[in-house]
Design a protein around this ligand. Structure first.
Ligand code: S3P
Length: 431
């Protein structure tokens, strides 16, 4: 446990900041770089604990992955050279490692066992196991086969046509990755688009993948070709600073090199609808991924309704959007977000409990929450529930509270943003 006491901020945020590499893209770069034959160089890789779990998993198969700061060099001879691991694979807190790796393991013709921390052990895996069994892999695990720890025997897969029953990029990606190993065509049909980094990167690595009208088709391809990946900054990490600049009066902050893939930019749309000033400049594309600089300054905010198809485009940003909503005039309603209950913790409960303790007017609903603003936040003791995004949301809240905010445990922040406090201090001139 690492408790922290944060004092309220007396100055606006200003300056420029480059947030760390995107977590989703970093995981996928290690996975595809390891599955490809040849050398893959990854730059601006997120070295947070979650992505390092994926690195360690491939090292256990015998793949050579050298790390030098935020650069990785992967040398692989492809999956045919992978060794059956001698020990279980540990996925820590990382849902993305777990779901995507289960997809990979489904395709590998050997036995693996996998486990995670207490939070990951409580998260549903049946959503990936169910389609992967249809492809032909064998799984067993705790809770009737639906939870980690889990055992996998992969290989001999045959393509399936699968309509996603949940709006989840992790499930989509697991099926597509298994599809790389399956006989024939594997098709995933997703009614509501979710983040498409897997599709973009599979294409960049030479996979035979197409997308038309929400139908994504992948065909078994004997080998992927090694391709360098430059990871854009993580918009989900930038979100904490966007939110901070939106709510601290007089702030103006530029976040550079932020990933701007349309399937992730819901936070920008919502902040603009609330009345914040958000400007994008230097927009470019790398490996199918848009990125650019985002400048945000504080303005008078108003409440909004957030529901439907935008939810997957901002699912990880909802905790910090809820905080912004406490400073917006009127009511903000968040709906269609039941998935929040299945994240690193139940985020509907964690956000509403935490913000209530800080003096906000926020009520949980079955599939979201209702926030009434504007409320002056008081401060107090809050719990991070061992969830990085809840811990960081509370840290940003401390910028506008009257008294100190004491967060019970900030150690979880290391999974996605090891330099978070250093960056906070930089834009607030605290050191
Ligand atoms: C992710 C997908 C999302 C997101 C998670 C990362 C990914 O989860 O919440 O942080 O990298 O594919 P779901 O697929 O469960 O929605």
């Amino acid at each position: 446990m690492k408790e922290v006491t944060l004092t309220p901020l007396s100055v606006p945020l200003s300056g420029q900041l480059q947030v760390p590499g995107d977590k989703s893209i970093s995981h996928r770069a290690v996975i595809l770089g390891s599955l490809a034959e040849g050398t893959t160089n990854i730059t601006n890789f997120l070295t947070g604990e979650d992505c390092m779990r994926t690195v360690h998993a491939f090292r256990q198969f015998g793949v050579s992955i050298e790390q030098n700061g935020s650069s990785l060099k992967i040398n692989s001879s492809g999956p045919a050279s992978f060794k059956e691991p001698l020990a279980p694979l540990y996925f820590g807190n990382s849902g993305t490692t777990a779901r995507l790796m289960l997809g990979v393991l489904a395709g590998l013709p050997f036995f693996t066992s996998v486990y995670g921390d207490v939070s990951l052990a409580a998260r549903p895996m049946d959503r990936v196991i169910s389609p992967l069994k249809k492809l032909g892999a064998w799984f067993d695990g705790r809770a009737g086969g639906s939870r980690l720890p889990m055992a996998v025997r992969g290989g001999n897969l045959e393509g399936i046509h699968y309509t996603l029953p949940v709006k989840s990029a992790q499930v989509k990606s697991a099926v597509l990755l298994a599809g790389l190993f399956a006989e024939g065509v594997t098709e995933v049909i997703e009614e509501t688009p979710s983040r498409n980094h897997s599709e973009n990167m599979l294409q960049a690595f030479g996979a035979d993948i197409t997308e038309k009208n929400h139908h994504i088709r992948i065909t078994n391809h004997k080998s992927l070709k090694a391709t360098d990946v430059d990871v854009p900054g993580d918009i989900s990490s930038a979100a904490f600073f966007m939110a901070a600049a939106a709510i601290v009066p007089g702030s103006k902050l530029t976040l550079t090199n932020v990933g701007l893939n349309d399937s992730r930019t819901g936070i920008i749309d919502v902040l603009q609808e609330m009345g914040a000033s958000v400007a994008i400049s230097n927009k470019q594309v790398t490996g199918g991924e848009a990125y650019g600089d985002v400048t945000i300054s504080s303005q008078k905010l108003k409440g909004v309704v957030i529901k439907g198809d935008i939810i997957p485009r901002l699912i990880d940003e909802i905790p910090v959007i809820a905080l912004v909503a406490t400073q917006a005039e009127g009511e903000t309603v968040i709906r269609d977000a039941t998935e929040l209950r299945l994240k690193e913790t139940d985020r509907i409960k964690a956000v509403t409990d935490g913000l209530t303790r800080l003096g906000a007017n926020v009520k949980p609903t079955e599939d979201g929450m209702i926030i009434k603003g504007i409320t002056a936040l008081t401060g107090g003791r809050v719990k991070a529930y061992h969830d990085h995004r809840i811990a960081m949301m509370h840290a940003v809240a401390s910028f506008i509270t009257k008294e100190n905010v004491i967060i019970d445990d900030i150690s979880s922040i290391a999974v996605s943003y090891p330099d978070f406090f250093e960056h906070l201090n930089r834009v607030t001139n605290k050191n």
